[in-house]
Write a protein that binds this ligand. Sequence first.
Ligand SMILES: *[C@@H]1O[C@H](CO)[C@@H](O)[C@H](O)[C@H]1NC(C)=O
Ligand SMILES: *[C@@H]1O[C@H](CO)[C@@H](O)[C@H](O)[C@H]1NC(C)=O
Ligand SMILES: *[C@@H]1O[C@H](CO)[C@@H](O)[C@H](O)[C@H]1NC(C)=O
Ligand SMILES: *[C@@H]1O[C@H](CO)[C@@H](O)[C@H](O)[C@H]1NC(C)=O
Ligand SMILES: *[C@@H]1O[C@H](CO)[C@@H](O)[C@H](O)[C@H]1NC(C)=O
Length: 290
Amino acid sequence: MDLRMIVVLAVLTGVTGSSNATMRPETGSVDTAGDLNTVPETVEDTLVFGQQQNEEETEEDVMATGELNPSHYPARRAAIVVQHYLNSRYGSPNKLFMVHRVHRACAEDVPDAGRKYQLDISIQEIMSNAMEECSAEVLFPRGEQPGSAEVRASCEELLKINSTTQDEAFYQQHKNNQTLVSAQYLPDSYGHITPGMEPLRTLGTVASSFIMLNQSSENTLYNIAQVANLTQLSTENSQLKFQYHVLLHDMVSQEIINWKLLFTWSPAEGVKIQQMEQLPHVCEKLPKTN
Ligand SMILES: *[C@@H]1O[C@H](CO)[C@@H](O)[C@H](O)[C@H]1NC(C)=O
Ligand SMILES: *[C@@H]1O[C@H](CO)[C@@H](O)[C@H](O)[C@H]1NC(C)=O
Ligand SMILES: *[C@@H]1O[C@H](CO)[C@@H](O)[C@H](O)[C@H]1NC(C)=O
Ligand SMILES: *[C@@H]1O[C@H](CO)[C@@H](O)[C@H](O)[C@H]1NC(C)=O
Ligand SMILES: *[C@@H]1O[C@H](CO)[C@@H](O)[C@H](O)[C@H]1NC(C)=O
């Protein structure tokens, strides 16, 4: 086994191993992006479901309609899409949203459009530890080449959270610096994160939410497992520019997917993705345990 594989396996174990969230940094301030560990009672379901799912199987089996059990998968999968949406739109190096709990979920078929989920979810903003119950709608389009999910969410209080001061400090630190920052393994395979690297990890999660939002369907449940590495690139303009390699975990297929991301960020403009590229798999499936 090469080293990279070991790291990935260690990360995976952290994600799925037990209800003790080993992925948490010691500060406890960030739980990456709403790992299933936050709803421990669904972890068992998740693993069983993941293992049983046949790749050829179509959606029909899992597509419940009407009122859904809020702690089960279909509700959870739709809710996490709302999280990715909020992070892609409003996240920053110091602002990160996470689904805390699904209170109510309801699914319906919308003729000629797709499947629509209506959700009441508690969403948490990690840095300020604020929480709000939001109502949201997620439409998964149907068709030959269905586009990305369409999301609407009303979380007025959370959107008032102002991270301008911290974001500005982060910006100044990296804009006017002789050294371009670089880092790897956020967090490491023990779930630790180097002090001071938290905003860079959060920024990686926010940028990854663009991929996760784009790739999500009713049959996925994406979280970021790890920032494998990152490099800041120099720019001529006012933006900060980064290249990140991230490992995303789909709880349903148990795949770890390696993506390369090129993006810019500034307090005023937020994240602007310049390039996202899926790299060859590092690890096809979670190995079977006996
Ligand atoms: C979780 O961690 C605590 C303290 O680290 C430990 O006492 C407990 O046994 C762990 N639980 C599981 C399920 O691993
Ligand atoms: C997002 O996904 C759609 C298809 O679902 C694709 O056409 C589009 O190119 C993707 N966007 C990016 C930025 O990759
Ligand atoms: C956020 O706070 C900064 C300074 O604390 C202030 O200048 C800015 O107007 C605030 N932004 C919003 C949207 O409230
Ligand atoms: C420049 O970057 C280094 C390493 O990231 C950091 O320790 C230092 O505080 C930064 N300098 C300024 C002026 O922000
Ligand atoms: C960053 O991580 C990717 C994916 O794991 C790897 O292919 C690449 O070599 C790494 N780059 C550096 C500079 O470590």
